[in-house]
Design a binder for this molecule. Structure first.
Ligand code: NAD
Length: 365
């Protein structure tokens, strides 16, 4: 098994360093190779996704990704900006299914912006289609002003579009995921207004006939946004399109307390995937040893489970993270009165210690 490790920019390098230590502590036979991506790759090679990085990602069984981006690149032409690297990887690797679990650990209930009773025990999975919808549909652009001036355009437009195979494949992924959990799936659409999402609803219902053991319900996206903050625990697995999924998964993220806790997986048709924390490169806290590495460490667990067939090792990591939280250790983003504030590296130490069955004590660095 070989994984490509792409730390990227900002806190990306700090959190990936801790994830690598956790992976190393598992004693698995996994080969890994690092490559530059994002702003770091632009600085070294003039492109955020160099050929060599893409080749490594294609050749590997899985990709572990940190985060990319920095405000200093905002003036670059769009194709050279760090964020293009992640879009390029998704496209080149055919990563159409984005898994975003939102779990509220009992110890972090107070960190949520919702009342504790609404989020205690929350464990939902949002599955977002990642390569279609209005983000990729053609045509898109601006219609020039009557005199042909682009800057003075009168109109801009994007195209919302889904093909049957695109909906079928994400529906199959979602039904299979629901089967492994509570056998309930909610498909989120806007079928009352949009033809694309009436089609989405129809195709998801057709695919449902192959999964009679899974209960399917449909919900409009505006209602889903409301229900997610009204009664989030009513959901189990949610499947939706690219744009609705983008928005709802961030909403769900905040239910759990901190974006620093949330892993994600983006999978292709064969289970190969790219694993990354749900957050970005956080330039405001980069280099200060304060970033929460747990989202990245939990992304390693997802990688082991989904792409490397190591479910037991994945469960060990998840258990170690729970133990560390139960021991009261917190990075700044999840810190609360009565808990012990630790830095990025010390949190990594604690997870490694918990994996070895040692109490989650921390050492000074
Ligand atoms: P961000 O997720 O980087 O940060 C948002 C806020 O959350 C910041 O206050 C940050 O300090 C905090 N935060 C994020 N991760 C944290 C962690 N692990 N521990 C503690 N606090 C954490 O989003 P942003 O500030 O909007 O964007 C910063 C850069 O990241 C931009 O260049 C953006 O384009 C990029 N970005 C990249 C990705 C990616 O690599 N997949 C995703 C989102 C944003």
């Amino acid at each position: 098994m070989k994984i490509a490790i792409l730390p990227g920019d900002g806190i990306g390098t700090e959190i990936i360093a801790q994830a690598e230590r956790v992976l190393g502590a598992l004693d698995l036979r996994i080969e890994s190779e690092r490559a530059l991506v994002g702003g770091a790759a632009y600085e070294a090679h003039g492109h955020p996704l160099p050929e060599a990085t893409l080749a490594l990602a294609k050749e590997a069984d899985a990709v572990l990704f940190g985060a990319v981006g920095d405000w200093k690149y905002d003036t670059l032409a769009r194709p050279l900006r760090p964020e293009q690297a992640i879009l390029g990887l998704r496209k080149a690797l055919g990563l159409f299914a984005n898994f975003r679990p939102a779990i509220c650990y009992p110890e972090l209930t107070a960190a949520s912006s919702l009342k504790p009773e609404l989020v205690a025990g929350l464990d939902i999975l949002i599955i977002r289609e990642l390569t279609g919808d209005i983000y990729f549909g053609q045509p898109r652009g601006r219609r020039a002003a009557p005199d042909g001036a682009f800057a003075g355009a009168e109109e801009a437009f994007d195209t919302m579009r889904y093909t049957r195979p695109e909906i079928e494949r994400i529906a199959h992924v979602a039904f299979r995921a629901a089967r492994q959990r509570s056998k309930r799936l909610t498909s989120v659409d806007k079928a009352n207004v949009l033809e694309t999402f009436q089609f989405w609803k129809d195709v998801v219902s057709e695919v449902h006939s192959e999964y009679p053991d899974v209960a399917l319900d449909h919900m409009y996206v505006d209602n889903a946004a409301m229900q997610l903050v009204r009664a989030p625990k009513k959901f189990d697995v949610v499947v939706t399109g690219n744009m609705f999924g983008d928005i709802l998964s961030d909403e769900a993220a905040m239910l759990t307390g901190s974006i620093g806790m949330l892993p994600s997986a983006s999978l292709d048709a064969n289970g190969k995937g790219l694993y990354e924390p749900s957050h970005g490169s956080a330039p405001d806290i980069a280099g200060k040893d304060v970033a929460n590495p747990l989202a990245t460490i939990l992304s390693v667990a997802m990688m082991l489970r989904f792409s490397l067939n190591q479910a037991e090792a994945a469960a060990r990591i998840e258990q170690a993270v729970r133990a560390v939280l139960a021991a009261g250790l917190r990075t700044a983003d999840i810190w609360a009165e009565g808990t012990k504030k630790v830095g990025t590296r010390a949190m990594g130490d604690a997870v490694v210690a918990a994996l070895a069955g040692k109490p989650a004590i921390t050492t000074k660095h």
